[in-house]
Every structure is written in structure tokens, then in C-alpha cells.
Write a protein that binds this ligand. Structure first.
Ligand code: M6R
Length: 618
């Protein structure tokens, strides 16, 4: 995980690198650091804590900010606890070479021992310091340029990396390389300046031209010259593919909200419209998705669809399973990517795999895709980040057009992933003749109403806040749902856990009596989804079971409900909709609830402890 950023050119590098770190902080935030080169000397500033702590250190010390070359890092610790010494950048033994690194060097222990035997002394516990000393050793032994030394060193490395390396004895270039962790290079006018970052957000106001390095590529960045890209193993030159970025600055700023999570919750109506726009032609009863249209026979002839994902994306995948099986009658399995990749699964060329990932960089999902491809399966990606590794690794795909999601807790990614999965289910259903044209039209008309219904729902914020105030000190919570709303219960529990640090479990409502019911007493809040379609009477019985054990019930019901209102301690009403579309609505109160509880508990909503936005380590 970790975020890396850098600048080389004619402007002051400090504000560019520092602002870049702030934008990348979602990737890791247990420590950070910056290297500035003032034309003669390297100056390192590093500290445990947030980027704001780093800024506080450098703020009043002018000399720490001088120079037109800088690299920075915001860390999510893998090797070595978060402290000042383990923070990046790391320098080589001579002090000449500096590196920032996102990834893991798996054979670092062997390499470290080897380097110690050659006289290297290590200051930190990190794998990254091993890497920079390895580069120094290679450079010394081979008497070669930095680019070559980095390349040769990386050939001895097992693991994942995105790195930026600087050599103060040759201060006109920065070398970057990638395997498994993302890195983008922004190109200034006529190559007068270059920006380096884990994603394009740090340099979006400076340039729209960028290169995303592919795995096993290394780039030599020199001011005034074209970027040279080489394959690390094969040592061949490759053409750099310069892309035009579409991201805008206001898309990545908070836009008046207190934090990104709240902004992103409120963006959902628009994000859902953006996701189905141009794809769902409701009046004509047509769904247009080129990624599916171009490969329709793969889907129609598939023995089964396997959905792979992690975390919230996995929950969306579960909704996808219910949707595709219900509407298109194609068997679906949903797998945690991390399990799938290591459990020797049976996959054939008659399987279609759908990989879901907001970031498009999740290491486990990426590895699972590669495994599925190696067995001949057709892999379709659902990603939010355009040009991400997963988007490029899959055979075809569909983007969720949610816009940048910065808050670590996924919100709009979830609802837009469900939107894409709904379109896929409908498309396949109509191709298979499982749904009539008029049914399809009616369903799509209802889907078009969802953004408005979410807008209405977002207005109940005050009510959710009142409920949050009552339950904010709970130690444990249960979330229950059935059918399409079961994955929403899982997602509700995950949201609460990750930003409030309150233990919460999601369960299918009927499973409660097989174990979790033992937990219920007067201190246990239980959030139950009891909307009018989808086993309503059964869920009401489950609620009765809870009530008779004194549990506190907070129920999500359909507008106009009377039955649950009489039994529950609190009810939150949602607008009426199709059963299969309910997750798009029922998830909203849970997002707001976890948000308010976290705020009331004084937690950092956007950057919860121990987490990172994109999990690029396995
Ligand atoms: O970027 P991805 O969708 O692949 O990320 C998967 C999970 O890491 C992610 O959904 C995580 O669970 C979120 N923090 C949930 O809010």
C-alpha cells in the first residue's frame, strides 16, 4: 500500500510533493517522509504519524523545502513498526542513493544477510533499506548508471514494488519501476518537468498527460528528454503509452463536506446515474455494455460465473450472485480472491470470472485474475479506477463511473458496483429470454428512480444521527438481512467495524437462531432489514425472536410499514422499490449510521486505523 510521489523540473518541488502526499494519504498513513535535493545536498524529513505531522516539522524550517527535486512517501507498515527510522525515504549506506517504495520485498532477509556479509550496516528494519543498498552494491560492482543498477538489482528481488530512486551524484534523473504496485508519471510541457505518483491525483492540476507503467517496467526520467521505458527482465526498450487524464481537481476535493466519506455518501445518486448513463436505454428496453456485447457468447455459453473480490467489493459480488441467478438463471459462485488464489480451485475455459475492485489494484484480486486466466477462463473486470492494473489485466470489463473514492470506507463504490451487476444480470436475462421486453422496461424505469429515492433517503440524516447517539457506546452489534439484503447486512457491519472500531457481525436473519441468538441481551443493538418484499413475514418472526430476548431492534422498513413499527425500538423508512433493487436503498442508512457513530466517537472517518484504501499487498 503506501503512497509515493515525486517531482523533478523547474518549480519548487516541496509544495508539489507535500500536496501529493496529502492526496495519497488514503493509501497509508502511519508515517511519512520527504527528500529534497537543493542542488548540492539531500535533506530528509521523516516522522511517525500523519502527513500533517510531517508538514509541521518542515513548516518553519526553510532549508527543508529548498530545491526542484523531491520525493515523498506516506506509509502503511509491512516490515518494521511505524516509527521515524522506518519511515521512507531510505538512503543507501553511502548516503548517495535515496528510495521511496510501495510494496514488499519478500526475499529481503536473504538479501539483507548477504549485504551484511559485505559490510552493510542497516539503520531500519525495513525491506526497502535492503533494496536501496542492493542497488548501491550492484552499481558499485558493475560500475554502471543508476538505471542499469536498479534494473539489475530488481532482477534479484522477489516481491512487489513501485519505486522512485534518486542519486545525488547524478541529480538530473529519477528512476522509477513497477511490479505489482501502481505508478504513474505526469509529463510537463516539452518534458520540462515530470511528476511521479502512485495515482494521478497529485499532479492533476499540472498536466493531463501521463504514463502508467506496466508490471516489470522501468522508466528513466530526465528533464528535457523523452521518458525511456525498458522491460526489467528482458532488457528491451518499450514505447511509452501516453494517456490523456480525465480526472479533475474538484473531483478529488471535499467540496464543502467535513470529510470524503460523507461527500461520497452524498454523491451516490449522481454516481449511479453516471454508471448507468448510456448503458440503460429504459424507454427502448435495451442495455448496451460493449464489454458484454462483444463477448456475449462467452457469458451465454458459460458453465458458471465466478465472482472474485475482497471486502466491500465482495459484498457487491454477493448481491451480483443473487441478481444474476434470479434474473438470468446462470449459476454463480462468489469467492474471496485471497482464498480462491490459494485453494487450487477448479476453473475451466467454460467459466467466466467477474473480478470486482474499486481501486483495481487489490493484490489478491489481481493474483486471482491471473490464476483464472492461466486456466483459460474469460475474465471480466468491474473497476472504478480507470487504467488500473485490474482494468488492464482483464479481457473485458465495465467501469463504475463513481469518480474518485478517497474515504477508506467504500460507499459509492458499493452502490455503483451493484448498478453494473444489475445491468449485467438484466442484459444476460434478456439475451437468454428470461425476461420479457415489458418486464425489462418496467424494471429499468424503476431503476431510473433509484437516484431520486436515495436523495430522499439522505434527508433522514438527522433521524439516523439520533439513533447513532443512542447506540454509539455499544460494544457489539448484529446486522441481519435476508435474500438481496443479506449482503447489505454484511456490508453494514463492515462499515461500522472499520470506522468506529465497534465489533459488528452481519448474518442472514434466519441463521441467527443457529448461534448468534446466544449473544442477545438488553445491551445488544440489532439492525434488521425488514423491507416489504423478500421474506417480510419471516423477518418479522426473527424480530419477534429478538424482542423476546430483550434485544434492541433498529429496523429498516418500507415506507408505510405498520407491523414492524410496533415491535422495533427504532425504525428507518426507505422508499418502496423492486426487491432486487432494495440493496441500493437499504445500504444508505447503514452508511450514515456508521459515519455518525464514528464522528461521535471522534474517530478519523476517512483514514481509520490500520487500514488503507488500496490493499496492494497480499
Ligand atoms: O479496491 P477494492 O475494491 O479491490 O478493495 C477491496 C477492499 O479492500 C475494500 O472494499 C475494503 O474492504 C474497504 N475498506 C471497505 O470499505
Amino acid at each position: 500500500m503506501c503512497g509515493i510521489t515525486g517531482y523533478i523540473g523547474y518549480r519548487d518541488a516541496y509544495p508539489i510533493v507535500m500536496n501529493g502526499l496529502k492526496r495519497l494519504e488514503y493509501r497509508g498513513y502511519d508515517s511519512s517522509g520527504i527528500m529534497m535535493f537543493d542542488g548540492k545536498n539531500i535533506l530528509l524529513s521523516k516522522t511517525k504519524g500523519k502527513v500533517s505531522d510531517l508538514e509541521a516539522i518542515t513548516e518553519n524550517e526553510k532549508e527543508r523545502k529548498v530545491g526542484q527535486i523531491g520525493i515523498g512517501h506516506t506509509r502503511w507498515a509491512t516490515h518494521g513498526v511505524p516509527n521515524d527510522i522506518n519511515s521512507h525515504p531510505h538512503t543507501s549506506q553511502s548516503g548517495n542513493l535515496v528510495v521511496v517504495h510501495n510494496g514488499i520485498i519478500e526475499n529481503y532477509d536473504t538479501l539483507r544477510k548477504e549485504l551484511i556479509s559485505r559490510g552493510y550496516v542497516f539503520k531500519s528494519d525495513t525491506d526497502t533499506e535492503v533494496l536501496i543498498n542492493l542497488i548501491e552494491e550492484v552499481k558499485k560492482n558493475e560500475q554502471c548508471m543508476l538505471g542499469k543498477a536498479v534494473q539489475l538489482a530488481l532482477n534479484n528481488v522477489i516481491g512487489a514494488y513501485a519505486i522512485a530512486v534518486f542519486d545525488q551524484t547524478k541529480p538530473d534523473e529519477i528512476i522509477v519501476a513497477r511490479l505489482g504496485s501502481p505508478i504513474a508519471i505526469g509529463i510537463g510541457k516539452e518534458n520540462s518537468e515530470f511528476f511521479i505518483a502512485s495515482d494521478a491525483s497529485p499532479f492533476i492540476e499540472y498536466t493531463k498527460n501521463a504514463i502508467y507503467l506496466e508490471d516489470e517496467e522501468l522508466a528513466i526520467i530526465k528533464v528535457g528528454r523523452d521518458i525511456k521505458v525498458r522491460k526489467i527482465k528482458d532488457d528491451i526498450r518499450v514505447d511509452a503509452n501516453i494517456q490523456k487524464l480525465k480526472l479533475s481537481l474538484d473531483q478529488i476535493e471535499k467540496g464543502g463536506y467535513d470529510n470524503f466519506m460523507l461527500k461520497e455518501i452524498h454523491e451516490q445518486p449522481k454516481a449511479i446515474i453516471d454508471t448507468y448513463r448510456g448503458r440503460m436505454l429504459a424507454d427502448q428496453g435495451i442495455i448496451r455494455m460493449s464489454g458484454i456485447d462483444d463477448h456475449i457468447n462467452k457469458f451465454l455459453n458459460a458453465d458458471r460465473i465466478i465472482i472474485i473480490a475482497c471486502g466491500t467489493s465482495w459484498h457487491a459480488g454477493l448481491v451480483g450472485e443473487y441478481l444474476i441467478e434470479d434474473k438470468a438463471r446462470i449459476p454463480v459462485e462468489v469467492e474471496y480472491a485471497s482464498e480462491f488464489r490459494y485453494r487450487n480451485p477448479v476453473i475451466t475455459s467454460r467459466d467466466v470470472v467477474i473480478a470486482i475492485s474499486q481501486s483495481g489494484e487489490t493484490a489478491d484480486t489481481l493474483a486471482a485474475i491471473k490464476l483464472a486466466k492461466s486456466k483459460g477462463a474469460f475474465v471480466f473486470g468491474i473497476c472504478n479506477v480507470v487504467g488500473s492494473s485490474i482494468a488492464r489485466e482483464t479481457h473485458a470489463g465495465a467501469y463504475t463511473h463513481a469518480g474518485p473514492e478517497i474515504g477508506v470506507a467504500s460507499t459509492k463504490a458499493f452502490t455503483t458496483q451493484i448498478t453494473v451487476l444489475t445491468l449485467i444480470a438484466l442484459k444476460l436475462a434478456s439475451k437468454k429470454g428470461e425476461i420479457s421486453k415489458s418486464e425489462l422496461r418496467a424494471f429499468m424505469q424503476e431503476m431510473k428512480l433509484i437516484p431520486k429515492k436515495i436523495e430522499t433517503l439522505l434527508k433522514i440524516d438527522d433521524k439516523v444521527k439520533e439513533i447513532a447517539a443512542v447506540y454509539k457506546d455499544a460494544k457489539n452489534c448484529l446486522y441481519l438481512g435476508r435474500g438481496f439484503n443479506f449482503p447489505v447486512a454484511l456490508e453494514g457491519a463492515l462499515k461500522l467495524k472499520e470506522i468506529s472500531y465497534i465489533h459488528a457481525e452481519g448474518y442472514p436473519a434466519a441463521e441467527m437462531k443457529h448461534g448468534p441468538i446466544a449473544l442477545i441481551d438488553e445491551n445488544m443493538p440489532i439492525f434488521v432489514i425488514a423491507t416489504n418484499k423478500g421474506h417480510y413475514e419471516k423477518v418479522v418472526s426473527n424480530i419477534q425472536e429478538i424482542k423476546s430476548r430483550s434485544g434492541k431492534i433498529i429496523a429498516i422498513v418500507t415506507e408505510g410499514d405498520t407491523q414492524v413499527k410496533e415491535i422495533a425500538d427504532h425504525v428507518i423508512e426507505i422508499p418502496e422499490t423492486e426487491e432486487a433493487l432494495a440493496p441500493l436503498l437499504t445500504t444508505i442508512p447503514f452508511q450514515l449510521l456508521s459515519y455518525h457513530i464514528a464522528v461521535m466517537l471522534n474517530k478519523n472517518v476517512d483514514q481509520p486505523r490500520n487500514l488503507a484504501k488500496s490493499v496492494t499487498v497480499e
